[in-house]
Every structure is written in structure tokens, then in C-alpha cells.
Ligand binder design. Sequence first.
Ligand code: ADP
Ligand code: MG
Length: 487
Amino acid sequence: MSTETAISPTAFELVSGLEIHVQLNTKSKIFSSDSAAFGAKPNAHISPVSLALPGALPKMNKEVVGKAIRMGLALHCTINQTNYFDRKSYFYADLPKGYQITQDNKPICQNGYIDLVLSDGTEKRIGINRIHMEEDAGKSLHDQDDRYSFVDLNRAGVPLIEIVTEPDIRSAEEASVLLTEMRKLVRHLDVGDGNMEEGSFRCDANISIRENGTTEFGTRCEVKNLNSIRNVRRAMEFEFNRQQEIITRGGTIIQSTLTFDADQGTTAPMRTKEMANDYRYFPDPDLPPIYISDEWLAALKAEMPALPHEITAKLMTDFGINNSEASIFTEDKELLNYLNAALALVKNSKNLINWLTGPIRALLNEKHLTITTFKVNPAQLAAVVNLVEEKKITQQIALQQLLPAIQLSPDTDVVELAGRLNLLIIENDDELSAFADQVLEKFKPQVAAYKTGKKGVLGLFVGEVMKLARGKADPGKINEVLLEKLK
Ligand code: ADP
Ligand code: MG
């Protein structure tokens, strides 16, 4: 909390609604066959449609409609089976048509909600006002040349959905839980990659305050283009304090559009309501209305997977883990697939969950890997977990020696490898017995002390035998052997 001021208990309450822009992960753009991929050289993905050459006509990408509907179904929205596109007119260098194609009066989805679980365990429902489809604009580059600005139109026409919430958010925490859940959903439904750094998941935050106990909304300010959940929180905290100060001084809030300065943690005005754009929305005559048939809608509904919160609840009851442990799997679809593949092969599923939420997670973080780039496949991890469960290898040796060895020779047979590398627990009692004799011989004074009642030295003997066994022994078994000899 260095540069950030936390919202302290005050006479005021925060009110916020978010407009979340999600870039869809389709191969091609929304109205043309240009690639929608991120990261190409400037202006590599442009055709007459993206360039807005005279006479070029948009053609709807059906996949965009399917993804918007999937998101709408997950958010309990009404799907408008007839909807259409509008033109939103404004002038900017990165918008060669002079208008953006979007949806105004008749968006594809309306009137939904999402249920959140806050950190203190309470539930909160946030209304979803609408989801509409639109195209992204290009990008102006002002830092490439001293005299000229450049325009990159790769992003022009990349498909977006905009999810608009009701002004139901009452704290920065609610906003960040909401965004985390939304991003999870976007990834889970394979609608987009939800990557905030690359700008494929960004949001505008509308923020107002009002006196506690009042029901009327205050005048809102809209903070544009927030590109991280942390910055959404910071912008809300800053705006809350700024607006509170103005009102406490007897001033009034002017409805305005703001930018957020991430270095300073402050907001600054872009334009006020008086300077607001007049977009002259009207239905786009180049695109026919979209009709979604009953059959298609039914098919999309039938294909909907179980949702993250449902999976979380099931993991919690099935394996007795808490919400945050379960969320590890619902935040990462690949990890969930990995878990399901390994679950079918392990003897003790709770152990597998413990491995994945504990040591494996730590290992991936440390080595900057994901479960997809991790070179131990689900069947191999299941074999490792089973070996530990059967007390054929110690957890420590499994982690420190067997897993690294598997990573070096992927697709290898785990049990065979563990045997070949001599990592399995010594089951030969004679060998353990010989180690125990050596230790008792070496620590004669301690043995004498043990016999006079200093039972604490047993731990020393166990440790020494373990050393001789190079960690490949079951401590319980060593105990047994030693106690027998010390009788
Ligand atoms: P506009 O059409 O002017 O963009 P909307 O009614 O569509 O306005 O609202 C845009 C966003 O602002 C929505 O997310 C909504 O929840 C939020 N919002 C509306 N009124 C307020 C308010 N008084 N305080 C905070 N957020 C608000
Ligand atoms: Mg609006």
C-alpha cells in the first residue's frame, strides 16, 4: 500500500459499472478474411475491407456470433435471436471508414448476471446489462518518427465483444473478483485468450460515489482503457478519494472521460460531457440483420461445457479442498484437463490434487513453465504419485530426483526409470539391517545414552541410516529395524 490509498470507512459508498472489451480468438477478422493474429509486422493483415477502400463490403464472420452467444449463455443473458449492427461515427486516423461497426440498440445479448464469491466468502450478484459485438480500430503510432505519426491497421476489424455490467459494483475488491471471473470464463469457453498485457482483455470503469444510505446515483466519471486488474483497483481507489474530496468541499462532480496514469496512480480528464462525441448511430446498411435460428441456439446450448464455478464447487466437495485451491484448476483449462487425465490413473486422487496444488505448482512457477510446457505427462505424474502412495519411493526423492529425470527423457516409463536410477526404496531388510549395525557401531556413546533412557537420540540413528540409504528408505521401516536392535 505504498502509492495506493486504501478506501477507508467513510460516509460515502463507491458505485461502479464496467465495460469490458474482450478480443475474440477467431482466426480471421469480424468482417473480412484478414488474419486476426496478434504480433505481425505493421499492416501485414490488411485487405480492402480493413483499409476501407471505396466499395469494399463487410461480410459477417459466423464464429464471432457463436462466441458472443456462448459468453451470453454463461452469463445467463437473454439472446436476441434477431439483432443488427450500427455505425458509430467519429473521425480518427486509425479508423479509415470514419465509423466503427458496433451494436447499439439491438445487442446480441441482454439482461444477465454473474455471481461472485468475495474474499470473506460472501456472495455478490452483478447484473449484466448487455453484450454486443463490434470491430476494433487500428492503432496510431506516435513514437516512431519526429515529424509523422504512423498508422497500423492490423487490429482494424479484429472482433471484440463488449460486456457492460449494471452499476452494481460497490468496491475495488468486487471489481477485481468480477474481472478475474470474467477472464476465467473467457478462457474456459475458448472465446478469447484474456491476455490483459496484449490488450485482448481491457476495461473502462465508470465510477461515482454517493452518501451511504442514499439510493440515487451520483454523477459518474469513466476511466478509459485499464489494462490490468491492479490498475482497475488503483483507478477506483484514486477516483473514490478524488470525488469524495470534491463533494466534501461542497463542489460538484462533472461527468467526464478520464485516462489513468499508471506511473502516478492518478486520473486526468480526456473530455467532459460538453465535449462528448456525437456518434450519430444508425443501422449499418451494408450488413443484413443477424437471425439466430432456434436450431443453432439449441445446438450452442447443448455444447456449453460445465462452468468454472460449477467445476470449483464439484472439486471442493469431491476432494475436500477450499475455494482458492479449486480455483487453481478453473483458472487454467490445460491444468484442469491434465488433472482429469491423471485422475483416471491414480490410486489416491487427494494425493494427486495435493501434488498439483503444492510441489508441482511451485516447480512450474520456479521454472517459468506452464502445465503444457511441463515435460511430465499426466500418466507419468500419476505413476509417480502411485509410487509414493505405495511407499516405493519417498516423496523427497520423487520430487528432487525422479521428476527431473523424467523431464530429461520425456515419454519414458516411470517405474522402469526409477528402478534403473536406483531411486526406489530399499526393500531388502538385510541391507537396512547392515546400515543400522554400522550406525550403532559408529555412535556407541549415544547408544549407551539411549539405553540409560535418552530416547531422543533415536532420531539421530534414523537420520544416519537414511543417509547411508541415500534417502531411499521408509523412515518407519528404519525405526522398526533400529528398535529391534536396541532392545
Ligand atoms: P452510456 O450509454 O452513456 O455509455 P450506460 O447507461 O450504457 O451509459 O452506462 C455505461 C456504464 O456505466 C455501465 O457499465 C453502467 O453500469 C455504468 N454506470 C451508469 N451509471 C453509473 C453511475 N452513476 N455510477 C457508476 N457507474 C454507472
Ligand atoms: Mg453505453
